[in-house]
Design a binder for this molecule. Structure first.
Ligand code: ATP
Ligand code: MG
Length: 467
């Protein structure tokens, strides 16, 4: 479906009105999160480590931290985090998150508007943390942990974000933006939201739970995927992107960390923190993750949906060759490399059993010049590429295909070491900045965060099929 004939013009208009000014997000410091540079070997699970982090993971899991409301469980949580900190102190790496700058006047504007997009605010009985049973931590983000939780027999993922961290990292807009977009977008290949709420210290997003872990974890373990697996991943990500693009949304942060697998191996796109409604003038929207960031974003030019296809190309390249096309320790280093040369996979580099069509597909997605990039004129270019000749798109869309890579259900499928390290960094920052929450204006910035879906059943498995 072309962008012009999008069925969701109402959504686009609403979001366009609510979107913050393009000048608000900039990467302030060289981005050196573990996603942007190759992880030192010692950071991969259970290798070269004197610390038995498997035990820690088991501990985290076995304790099945019930964080509902009881004081006892709070204590066990505190002990657990203290233990995690102690371990992390000896395993700390010089990594850090991307810092995003924004503008407080705009934040207030966005937050005020966010109240408008949550029609059920006034009449709904507000759900809170005590309604969920907390099982264990399955992921870590820039603002806090992602938990596996249960409510009335149903499993969810709960992203818990520290308000102190959100404010410190100047990312109020980002979290409000994510909540706003999630309330409007529902699709089988996205992570869908069911509830959003807050208490004094945290924001909570309750979403589809994916037991298969993210693709960063799996590529870290596998080093490479084969062609069939890569094609399946690329096609699934494409379907999710096609839905976002049809709704005029650019994701802008497509990378393995933000792609999570369900128990059958289907990929779901998550993390809409820096997604944006497509606008002609967007040259100042420069946030993202440098290793996956399209050259036009790096060079602060106006950009289109094709930036997500560039990121898709980086992922396909990484899955094929086990490294990214442009590697560097900072945004500047990666930018310099991109400017210096156009990466192309050469015949001599093609791994065994990979087709020339696959190589051509990846080379064409990685084109630095957006107009030369596959997908620049629309997603149909991707579907029409010879690599996807006779590909059963509707079967994939309807989840009738068998995934060639299925995560092991008995594995944890997350890297407990990374969680411990990043949790420690977050905990330190929270302690340093918790006093920020004493200011009543600080709380005001999160007004309107609450959301409750009409549909408590999973969107993942019973969603109306897209044409
Ligand atoms: N629904 C989910 N099911 C299972 N695991 C998830 C889910 N959502 C997130 N995760 C895990 O938690 C990690 C962090 O989540 P997410 O990407 O949403 O946070 P983040 O990167 O901090 O986002 P933000 O950009 O808002 O800071 C993911 O990389 C993934 O491993
Ligand atoms: Mg993320």
């Amino acid at each position: 479906m072309s962008q012009a004939s999008s069925p969701n013009n109402k959504l686009i208009n609403t979001l366009l009105q609510k979107q913050k000014s393009p000048s608000q997000y900039t990467i302030q410091s060289p981005a050196v999160s573990p996603t942007q540079v190759s992880l030192p070997k010692a950071l991969y699970p259970h290798k070269n480590s004197s610390i038995d982090l498997t035990k820690l993971a088991t501990l985290m899991k076995q304790q099945k931290v019930k964080q509902t409301s009881s004081e006892g469980s709070k204590d066990s949580m505190t002990q657990l985090i203290a233990k995690a900190r102690a371990i992390a102190m000896s395993a700390k790496t010089p990594s850090g998150p991307i810092h995003i700058r924004n503008d407080s006047a705009q934040i207030r504007k966005v937050n005020k508007e966010a109240e408008v997009v949550s029609p059920k605010q006034t009449d709904m009985k507000q759900i809170n943390k005590a309604a969920f049973t907390f099982e264990y931590v399955i992921g870590i983000g820039g603002f806090g942990k992602v938990w596996k939780v249960k409510r009335t027999g149903q499993q969810f993922a709960m992203k818990e974000m520290s308000k102190a961290l959100v404010i410190t990292k100047k990312s109020v807009n980002s979290v409000m933006n994510e909540r706003m977009l999630l309330s409007q977008l529902k699709h089988t290949f996205l992570i869908n939201m069911y509830y959003a709420f807050q208490d004094r210290e945290n924001l909570y997003l309750v979403m589809d739970y994916m037991c298969g872990g993210d693709l960063r974890f799996h590529i870290g373990r596998m080093r490479r995927f084969n062609e069939e697996q890569t094609k399946f991943f690329v096609a699934s990500i494409f379907i999710g992107l096609e839905y976002l693009h049809t709704n005029n949304i650019i994701h802008r942060d497509i990378k393995p960390e933000n792609l999570v697998l369900d128990e059958k191996g289907f990929v779901h796109i998550t993390d809409l923190g820096i997604a944006r409604v497509m606008k002609q003038e967007n040259s100042s929207d420069t946030s993202g993750t440098p290793g996956y960031m399209a050259p036009e974003v790096m060079c602060r030019q106006n950009h289109t949906f094709a930036v997500d296809y560039y990121a898709l190309g980086v992922i396909a390249y990484e899955f094929m060759l086990g490294r990214r096309p442009y590697v560097g320790r900072s945004r500047q280093e990666i930018r310099d490399q991109i400017l210096a040369r156009q990466v192309q996979i050469k015949a001599s580099e093609i791994p065994q059993n990979w087709s020339v069509e696959a190589v051509d597909f990846v080379n064409r997605l990685l084109q630095r010049k957006p107009a030369s990039r596959l997908g620049f004129n629309g997603g149909h270019e991707i579907k029409l590429h010879p690599w996807f000749k006779n590909f059963p798109w509707s079967k994939l869309q309807n989840r009738e295909l068998k995934a060639p890579f299925v995560p092991n259900p008995s594995d944890d499928n997350f890297d407990s070491r990374q969680i411990v390290i990043e949790d420690e960094e977050n905990a330190e920052l929270i302690t340093q900045n918790i006093q920020l929450l004493r200011d009543p204006n600080a709380q005001q910035q999160f007004a309107g965060y609450e959301y409750q879906s009409n549909n408590e059943k999973s969107f993942v498995f019973d969603q109306t099929k897209q044409s």
